[in-house]
Write a new protein. Structure first.
Length: 396
């Protein structure tokens, strides 16, 4: 099989690229043409699908409630006191990479302020503001000067990197983060001599706001885990920063997205890091960082590590809220457009499917049941996401 895939790699890759759209569009269109040819089959299909979706909705609701209760307990827990029971807790150092392109200054100030308000000593945190060269230099310099003035001396380090798009790279978070992470590793590990075994790296969107206990919780989980170099950590991403400023038509889907994120947090069999997540710098360095030629970086780095480490990779939940901005603009139409663009960016995850499927078939040593369940969840997410609304609407 390996030789067959290698010989026909381009053809197979192209067929696998077509598969998600082919599957989704056929499911969407099936009720429209099928009603004239096999109406009974269409009726049973819609009935079964709606029953299935009712079951899924019930399961999601229960999982979200479980996560909510655990979050409330974690908010009230003193993680820092427990953390101090480890003799080496002060050796842990967190690198927070914040990719940014044209974000307003007040958004960046809010994110860095949430880091400055951590109950963990701030000298154990390095913030890397990962900027893009294509942003106007005057705007970059103005924001950097303002942030340096406000946050100078608060963190262990406040680094600024400027990423220039190289041949073979695509515009996006992955290429920028890769550049920032490689640069930071050279600075902290190679030059300063920090122990990479005690370094974590966090991927943080520019609009994210951390709970004050986030990094003491993360540090505790990092030290408490004997397999810490095989784990990602994922908080509860909630689109609540600006929820009451949104029109109702976009407030609803963003609330549903928050509920989905909560539900997945307590489903470790399905949990894959997304949007904001942490891992050991050692693991990131071993697997070769994010791929700069890919748009979706979160699931991409998970499965890159998963297959390289032969299925030993897991994601552990951080039961604390992390607030993010929902798409918003100056008018209803522009807000809807921004919401669409966000969903389109998320949909780019489907571009990972051919690579994930090929590695599923060709990478030896990965536990069969675990990799199969992972693949089913990925395909279900990408194939069914565009279909649900159409089938449920027809059923109603």
């Amino acid at each position: 099989m390996r030789e067959f895939f290698i010989r026909n790699d381009r053809t197979i890759h192209r067929l696998l690229e077509i598969l998600p759209g082919f599957f989704s569009w056929n499911l969407i269109l099936f009720p429209y043409w099928g009603i004239f040819v096999i109406p009974n089959a269409v009726a049973y299909f819609i009935l079964i699908f709606n029953l299935y979706w009712f079951y899924q909705s019930f399961q999601i609701a229960i999982s979200a409630i479980v996560s909510h209760l655990k979050i409330q307990a974690s908010i009230n827990y003193d993680w820092l006191s427990d953390l101090k029971s480890f003799p080496d807790w002060q050796k842990v150092h967190h690198v927070v990479i914040v990719p940014t392109y044209k974000e307003p200054l007040h958004i960046l100030e809010r994110t860095l302020s949430s880091l400055a308000n951590q109950d963990l000593p701030k000298k154990q945190i390095t913030v890397v503001l990962a900027m893009e060269e294509k942003e106007l230099e005057e705007e970059r310099i103005s924001k950097v000067q303002a942030l340096n003035k406000q946050f100078a001396g608060i963190f262990g380090n406040l680094f600024i990197t400027v990423h220039r798009l190289a041949p073979g790279e695509v515009v996006g978070k992955a290429s920028n983060e890769r550049y920032a992470a490689v640069w930071t590793k050279k600075k902290l590990v190679d030059e300063i001599g920090m122990d990479i075994n005690y370094l974590t790296v966090t991927s943080c969107d520019a609009d994210h706001k951390y709970h004050p206990k986030h990094f003491s919780y993360l540090t505790f989980k990092f030290l408490d885990n004997p397999n810490r170099y095989r784990y990602f950590w994922q908080p509860a991403v909630m689109f609540y920063n600006n929820i009451w400023e949104l029109p109702a038509i976009t407030r609803v889907p963003n609330t549903f997205s928050t509920i989905w994120n909560l539900a997945m947090l307590s489903r470790k069999d399905r949990l894959i890091n997304a949007q904001n997540y942490s891992l050991s710098f050692k693991l990131l360095d071993e697997v070769g960082y994010w791929d700069p030629d890919k748009i979706p970086e979160d699931w991409g780095i998970f499965f890159k590590a998963y297959y390289q480490k032969r299925g030993e990779i897991e994601v552990e939940p951080i039961y604390l809220p992390l607030h993010a901005d929902a798409p918003q603009s100056t008018s209803l139409w522009k807000t809807l457009k921004n919401q669409y663009e966000q969903y389109k960016r998320w949909s780019w995850g489907v571009s990972d499917d051919p690579w994930i499927i090929k590695n599923y078939l060709l990478t030896p040593g990965v536990p069969f049941w675990d990799k199969t369940m992972r693949l089913i969840f990925v395909l279900w997410s990408h194939f069914m996401w565009p279909v649900n609304w159409f089938i449920i609407t027809i059923g109603i």
